[in-house]
Design a protein. Structure first.
Length: 268
């Protein structure tokens, strides 16, 4: 796998990936503004999937579980510019503005900005900076991020409701959350964080509610979802195992056969 990340600041990077496929499952700590130069990315969330191609610009809100599958395309690597909009920079930006609390609401959708000239020209302006041999001045980096936020607010007046959400996850209903998000192959610490719990509290609450360990329950649910995709949706095992939360096909095949007594390929 050939994967390279080049930073001009800790919050502005250019990532390049040149291989058949790269998959990761993550929780975004920061809002991320992304511009695809080449390649494709499929982002799978609880209730929706997105496919982004070369030229697309989109914003991913923070604290969202997602499966991300990156592909090279048309002989070109997967290449993207990514800007982290951190809480600190956003708080500094919004201290001078009056945003009414009634307009602040949580939103988990990914925002796509179709061929907008302001964003396109802004993103393109970053490319020469990646060719600099010297350190990129922090004050210029701050100006570029302020410019990005200002453009987002100009083209989408409702974006403040997303960017001004500075809250951390509170303790929420464990059953509802896990039933919606079990297919994301996250460390248990992340599941705990997103449900407002420490790891020890998460494990204790989980056992009390589900009467088993999180690992056993997650494997069971993912295998059940895989069986559904194979039998009802007529999908191939090679297309299913990543979508339901398995990292390795051989592990998926072994667990599936142990659960159902036959290989995934036999379902169809």
């Amino acid at each position: 796998m050939d994967f390279h990340i080049q930073y001009i600041t800790p919050d502005i990077k250019l990532s390049t990936y040149d291989d058949k496929l790269f998959k990761t499952e993550t929780v975004f700590e920061f809002h991320m503004l992304v511009w695809f130069i080449s390649g494709e990315t499929k982002i799978i969330q609880t209730d929706k999937s997105y496919l982004f191609k070369a030229g697309d610009i989109f914003l991913i809100p923070r604290n969202q579980l997602a499966t991300i599958i990156n592909y090279p395309k048309d002989g070109l690597p997967h290449k993207a510019v990514v800007i982290h909009l951190t809480k600190k920079r956003l708080k500094d930006f919004y201290t001078t503005l009056e945003i009414t609390e009634k307009n602040i609401r949580k939103n988990s959708k990914i925002y796509s900005f179709e061929k907008h000239p302001l964003l396109e020209s802004f993103m393109a302006s970053l490319i020469p900076y990646f060719e600099m041999k010297d350190c990129f001045p922090e004050h210029i980096a701050s100006l570029k991020i302020i410019e990005a936020i200002s453009i987002l607010r100009e083209i989408d007046p409702n974006i403040d409701s997303v960017l001004t959400d500075f809250e951390e996850p509170g303790k929420i209903d464990l059953i509802n959350f896990m039933e919606k998000n079990y297919m994301f192959n996250m460390p248990l610490e992340k599941f705990g964080y997103l449900t407002g719990r420490s790891l020890s509290t998460f494990n204790r609450d989980f056992r009390k509610i589900f009467h088993t360990t999180p690992q056993r329950w997650l494997t069971q649910k993912r295998l059940e979802l895989a069986f559904y995709h194979l039998s009802e949706k007529n999908k191939k095992p090679s297309d299913v195992f990543m979508e339901v939360g398995f990292e390795d096909f051989s592990h998926f095949s072994y667990a599936f056969k142990k659960q159902y007594g036959f290989a995934p390929s036999m379902v169809r």
